[in-house]
Design a protein. Structure first.
Lengths: 369, 82
């Protein structure tokens, strides 16, 4: 009975993380489209939510490999998964509050690694895997997207230089709907699968699924797809504002090249099996599209704050994951600790909702800075 | 040191990523921009009653947008098979 309730808590927390993942990463897909007015804010998030939902059904291959090569999968317990998820949610909420786009995937990995370290020590974590699968890609992805977007915008400007601005802008806005849709589809495929993997791992740890015949149950796919789509539709407007108008003030061609370069880098990474964060890629793409026009067009202070958040993601989520695991351990490692933490988190979320300060909403995001 | 680096980083995958991303990202933007040029110029020429030039630009737009559509289908295929 205790195991069943703990499983339900872990699944609910995983879906909560999935919601924050969609909520946090909406900006990657819609910020440029909203900024250039290719789409209205509400239509942009609705389209992104639909594409994220559809994307979650396209492939299940990543779901089977979550955490592999980074932590010792055999040592993962439901308490560790719960602590890792809470650590990741905490970091996602904190960075959302400050309007900073950071990687939800890195937050999840950081949370689980921190909980593993607290539970089993350094032997349970493959640090070489962590560097190869998280740290190096985090360095490469924004730089690559930056260079691709910068080269693309320089060539695009040269090609369309003699066109009248109105028709050209309309053409690029139409292109943004296409490239944004691709990005949202890729995001749904990649990120919803992580939650599916986490829930499936919990089901295996519980004994509901045979570890030797690993398959993701259809209800897990449907619930993960729904959670990420709902989160996307809720829209992390603070981050959308940062990515869409606080890094550069972009025109339609820049919005199109940032999104297309981002989508190309994400899909190229999938093609060669190199794990990249959509957030890092899109932020790099936006900066590249700005710098390609003029280096000083990029607000480097905002970019610097984002880079600091990226560096802090792994250790901060790990610290939160370790702390949560520590608390669950104090209460005996059973159901009581996770139940208390869930209660405290829900109370905190309610208090935050009741004490909302100056809200950032679709209207303030849609307005030009 | 070099052995350690190669154990951590898959250099071959990294190089492939760089050139695939560069070709796909820059290529898609350039081809789409050609499509925008084709459509815009074709409309302008049609309004000026230069039907030959309008047809040429319309052809350019058609080829460019067909290439973009192919790229999108390839992207979805990558998502489904990775």
């Amino acid at each position: 009975m205790t195991g069943d309730i703990l499983l339900v808590l872990v699944i609910a927390t995983a879906l909560g993380f999935d919601f924050t993942n969609g909520f946090h990463d909406t900006a990657n897909v819609v910020a440029t489209s909203i900024s250039t007015r290719a789409l209205s804010p509400r239509l942009a998030v609705a389209l992104a939510a639909a594409m994220n939902f559809a994307g979650a059904f396209i492939s299940l291959k990543v779901a089977a490999t979550i955490g592999s090569g980074i932590v010792a999968a055999g040592a993962v317990t439901m308490q560790i998964v719960f602590a890792g998820l809470v650590g990741a949610i905490a970091w996602n909420v904190a960075t959302w509050y400050f309007g900073l786009p950071s990687s939800s995937s890195h937050a999840l990995i950081g949370g689980v690694v921190g909980a593993m370290l607290a539970a089993h020590g350094t032997a349970a974590v493959d640090f070489a895997g962590l560097v190869g699968k998280v740290v190096i890609p985090a360095l490469i992805s924004p730089l690559l997207a930056f260079l691709v977007a910068a080269a693309a915008i320089v060539l695009t400007y040269r090609l369309v230089a003699r066109l009248r601005p109105g028709p050209a802008a309309r053409g690029f806005r139409a292109g943004q709907v296409l490239s944004g849709g691709m990005l949202a589809l890729a995001h749904g495929t990649n990120d919803a699968q992580k939650t599916m993997g986490v829930i499936t791992l919990a089901l295996i740890a519980h004994g509901s699924i045979d570890a030797n015949h690993f398959s993701v149950p259809p209800w897990v796919v449907a619930s993960a797809a729904s959670a990420i789509a709902l989160g996307t539709y809720a829209g992390g407007w603070r981050i959308i504002r940062t990515l869409g108008s606080r890094i550069i003030r972009m025109d339609a061609a820049q919005g199109f090249t940032a999104q297309s370069a981002g989508a190309a880098v994400v899909l190229a990474a999938s093609h060669v099996g190199f794990p990249l964060s959509t957030t890092h890629v899109m932020a790099g793409g936006v900066m590249g599209a700005g710098a390609g026009k003029r280096i000083s067009a990029v607000r480097w202070g905002v970019a610097g704050n984002m880079a600091i958040a990226w560096v802090l993601t792994l250790p901060a989520a790990a610290a939160a994951g370790a702390a949560v695991y520590g608390v669950t351990h104090i209460f005996g490692g059973g159901l009581l600790g996770p139940a208390l933490i869930t209660g405290a988190a829900l109370a905190g979320a309610l208090a935050g909702a009741l004490r909302r300060g100056r809200a950032i909403d679709p209207r303030s995001v849609g307005a030009r800075p | 040191m070099r052995a350690l680096a190669s154990a951590i980083i898959d250099g071959h995958a990294l190089l492939e990523l760089i050139y695939v991303a560069a070709v796909a990202g820059v290529g898609f933007c350039v081809v789409y921009a050609l499509g925008v040029i084709g459509i815009t110029r074709s409309q302008e020429r049609r309004r000026a009653r230069r039907t030959g030039a309008a047809a040429l630009y319309a052809g350019l737009a058609l080829v460019a947008l067909a290439a973009c559509a192919w790229a999108v289908v390839t992207g979805v295929e990558i998502m489904a098979t990775k």
